[in-house]
Design a protein around this ligand. Structure first.
Ligand code: NAD
Length: 542
């Protein structure tokens, strides 16, 4: 049974000064939650926050203290979520012909949400909350909050209906006109992972509701408290409480809700394994942002090696390598090797420290698992540890999480291409780990062969200002978000461009009007044919 709670609860938490300013909507204080004062998360269904019978606690990633209590929703408690989704018509809560006032309503809600997030205390609040559950440097956590705010700024006011705009084409005769509409799916699923606790669920949730869908939202349990706070903030600025449901807990439980509720579409962001399972269980009605094994090719033109080393370090190791866009493999032209890039990379990586969370806990790989992966790679002829390869020391990160130094293993290109090695070398390690390799001018076709063999096509970078070289690589690859030019990176996507994989009809996107239209609406063509019927019409059978 779901027990209903109310906003009275906030008063139970000993908020500090800045959190008191937020007390009308914030339910946990990131500065105060601890083993002795755990935060409490709630499910939301049909407009009511509530708790199932069981709860579970999650450990503080920095010291192991059980610091957040989560609803541990069981299979016999999912009926309200199933019924809530089933009650949503396929034509959505609004569409261009139904309840168009809601485009205006969301324009106002999103504008107010942006205004709320522009308050320094709200920016600090979300930054700190993100850091408590997914420890990363203040700059990284704050960037997530700022990108979210800027997205809200971009999609406020009339941008909601502009994003859902229709287009018309003249017909064959008077009275006929065809109009292409962006139509909602109605009931939808939205599942996101742990690594961007705010940005990914926030951007996708807003895209879903502004296009007229009602989503069931689920975020990885380790960080789901953050999106709950965002949802509470949206309610505070006027979003109807019944427009989205929110369920904490196990992925398997969400899986069952979706199987029974049969949403018309589901956006999944996470691992390839779960992506494929959901695709099968939901009969292909999915959009996917799945695993990233992201590559960077350094072209022959060596330029500003200190800058390039800094960018490579950021791409591989910021957020402890836990970005889907993190640089997983670096193809260095021999000119870069001669320029000493590897040493520069090692120096940059050595600057990272736990104190400022420029390196920190890894939430889905243990230390042993990451080091075992390194050991397996080292069995490949010619492979060597370029730097790192050791556990972090002097910390209290619990064993369920991982903690290793920023690590790079060099593997010769010809070995990477061997069938017996390729799968191992191109396994995504969601932590501070990358593979380095080297190629010569004559070996560029081998680099392209390796890129062709990869299965994941999320981000990529071609670091070169040589247009012929860059064009050759771009022309023969498919990654959905590819940066090209001497400043090319793999990470740090802001709100001003599409982010998402390519090369798969299920590929989703995030961040732009095109991404929202693709993921959260389908095309509907309405052909008006109102006459007049031609004078002297005579029927013929054809
Ligand atoms: N492509 C992108 O934009 C993008 C962005 C971020 C992360 N990722 C990927 O996410 C992965 C890291 O996250 P992870 O390993 O924790 O992912 P994961 O697939 O284990 O979990 C992701 C989400 O799915 C849920 N889930 C798990 N099993 C489920 C099931 N059977 N049915 C429904 N939901 C289920 C989890 O609770 C979580 O919310 C990496 O592979 C990374 O590349 C991709």
């Amino acid at each position: 049974m779901l027990a209903t709670t109310s906003r009275r609860l906030w008063s139970l938490h000993p908020f500090g000064q800045s959190q008191r300013l937020l007390s009308s909507w914030a339910s946990v204080d990131p500065s105060a939650i601890s083993g002795s004062n755990p935060g409490q998360a709630y499910n939301l269904v049909n407009g009511e926050w509530g708790l199932p019978a069981k709860s579970k606690t999650i450990p503080d990633p920095l010291n192991g203290e059980p610091f957040i209590k989560l609803p541990d929703t069981q299979l016999d408690e999912i009926d309200p979520f199933v019924q809530s989704l089933r009650a949503v018509p396929k034509s959505g809560l609004h569409n261009p012909l139904k309840n168009p006032e809601r485009y205006n309503m969301y324009g106002a809600v999103i504008a107010k949400a942006a205004e709320e997030m522009r308050k320094p205390e709200v920016e600090d609040y979300f930054t700190k909350l993100v850091q408590r559950v997914a420890p990363k440097h203040d700059a990284q956590a704050r960037a997530e909050v700022v990108v979210t705010r800027r997205f809200l700024e971009n999609f406020s006011g009339d941008q909601v209906r502009f994003t859902a705009r229709s287009f018309g084409v003249a017909g064959d005769h008077a009275g006929q006109m065809s109009t292409g509409h962006r139509w909602p799916y109605g009931p939808v699923g939205l599942i996101t992972p742990f690594n961007f606790p705010l940005e990914i669920p926030a951007l996708q949730l807003i895209g879903a509701v502004m296009m007229g869908n009602k989503p069931l939202v689920h975020v990885d349990h380790r960080v789901s408290i953050v999106a709950e706070a965002f949802l509470r903030m949206l309610h505070h600025v006027g979003m109807p409480m019944t427009d989205a449901d929110y369920v904490h807990g196990h992925g398997s439980v969400v899986n069952e809700i979706l199987v029974r509720a049969r949403p018309r579409s589901t956006l999944f962001t996470g691992s390839q394994r779960v992506a494929e399972k959901l695709c099968a269980d939901l009969h292909g009605k999915v959009f996917l942002e799945d695993a990233g094994f992201d590559w960077k090719v350094l072209g022959p033109d060596v330029f500003e090696p200190d800058y390039i080393a800094w960018q490579c370090d950021q791409d591989a190791y910021a957020c402890s390598g836990q970005k889907c866009s993190a640089q997983s493999i670096l193809f260095q032209h021999s000119n870069w090797v001669k320029a000493g890039l590897e040493e520069k990379l090692a120096q940059r990586a050595a600057q990272r420290k736990l104190d400022d969370l420029s390196i920190g806990p890894v939430l889905t790989w243990t230390t042993d698992a990451m080091l075992a992966h390194v050991d397996k790679l080292l069995k490949i002829p010619g492979a060597r540890v370029a730097f790192g390869g050791k556990p972090l020391e002097g910390h209290s990160i619990p064993d369920v999480y991982g903690a290793i130094q920023p690590t790079a293993v060099f593997v010769p290109l010809d070995q990477i291409l061997k069938d017996e090695n390729f799968g191992l070398v191109t396994t995504e390690v969601f932590g501070p780990f990358q593979v380095l390799t080297e190629y010569s001018d004559e070996q560029l076709p081998l680099v392209l062969e390796a890129l062709e063999k990869l299965e994941a096509h999320l981000t990529a970078a071609v670091v070169s200002n040589d247009p012929v070289f860059t064009q050759k690589v771009l022309a023969n690859t498919v990654n959905g978000t590819t940066y090209a030019g001497i400043r090319a990176r793999t990470t740090g996507a802001p709100q001003n461009h599409w982010f998402g994989p390519a090369g798969d009809p299920r590929s989703a996107g995030i961040g732009t009007p095109e991404a929202i239209r693709l993921v959260w609406s389908c095309h509907r063509e309405i052909i008006s044919d109102v006459g007049p019927i031609p004078q002297g019409f005579q029927a013929t059978t054809t």
